[in-house]
Design a protein around this ligand. Structure first.
Ligand SMILES: C[S@@+](CC[C@H](N)C(=O)[O-])C[C@H]1O[C@@H](n2cnc3c(N)ncnc32)[C@H](O)[C@@H]1O
Length: 212
């Protein structure tokens, strides 16, 4: 299968069990297919935006770590304390080979995460909040595990933002005083070697103190 057909195969998963199995199968070829063949810019673009708000000393959760491509970019900008989490053990095993993560945990976004309240200074999630992957409800847990004053950064397709409950969830968290928007990036063609183009925006929120 080509990188493009692997992507189609991933997106036609019928449920989260099948998605997890397919990522397990894809794990060993993911970097070559997505990064080399399709020119995946998500990690580079996401970390560039993230770095405008988060100091290098931050304790970071990479949610939906995949094979650790976000970790490569974070390390390149001087971040050292990074925990990775993903539903696919195959992807986590590939991330472990890169040797960049303090800890790698198998968990599912959309379910309760096994981390304490405020365990992290910042969360980054790139290419994970999307069709058939992690739902808008995942954001509740990402906010819970982030310290007050810390940041939650993630990439999102504009159509997914509008049509898949993210707009409502992000606004509801804002209205409840759980977070405030600090940046939303321009739309970037995130798979430049692929036709048709796929645009993402990177959103960064600051988590507010409880009750504020
Ligand atoms: C397109 S990859 C992105 C990986 C990495 N962040 C990157 O930028 O290369 C999506 C990753 O999200 C994981 N994933 C999808 N749905 C998930 C969920 N509900 N909970 C945790 N991980 C999930 C997949 O296993 C896969 O590793």
């Amino acid at each position: 299968m080509t990188g493009e057909s692997k992507l189609q195969w991933i997106y036609t998963s019928k449920n989260k069990e099948e998605l997890e199995q397919r990522y397990d199968v894809w794990a060993g070829e993911y970097d070559n297919d997505l990064d080399e063949l399709l020119g995946w810019l998500g990690p580079k673009v996401g970390v560039e935006v993230f770095a405008r708000h988060v100091p290098q000393s931050a304790v970071i959760l990479d949610a939906g770590v995949g094979t650790g491509l976000v970790g490569v970019e974070l390390k390149g900008l001087g971040y050292t304390d990074i925990t990775g989490m993903d539903m696919s053990q195959g992807m986590l095993d590939e991330a472990a080979k890169k040797g960049l993560y303090r800890q790698l945990d198998q968990m599912v976004m959309g379910e309760k995460l096994d981390y304490a309240d405020g365990a992290f200074d910042a969360v980054i999630s790139i290419g994970v909040l999307t069709l058939g992957h992690a739902p808008a409800e995942s954001l509740d847990e990402l906010v819970r595990v982030t310290k007050s004053g810390g940041h939650v950064a993630f990439s999102l397709r504009p159509d997914v933002y509008e049509e898949r409950g993210f707009k409502e969830k992000q606004s509801a968290l804002e209205a409840a005083g759980r977070w405030e928007l600090v940046e939303v990036s321009d739309k970037v063609n995130i798979l430049p070697k692929r036709e048709p183009p796929v645009e993402h925006q990177v959103w960064v929120y600051r988590v507010c103190p409880d009750g504020k």
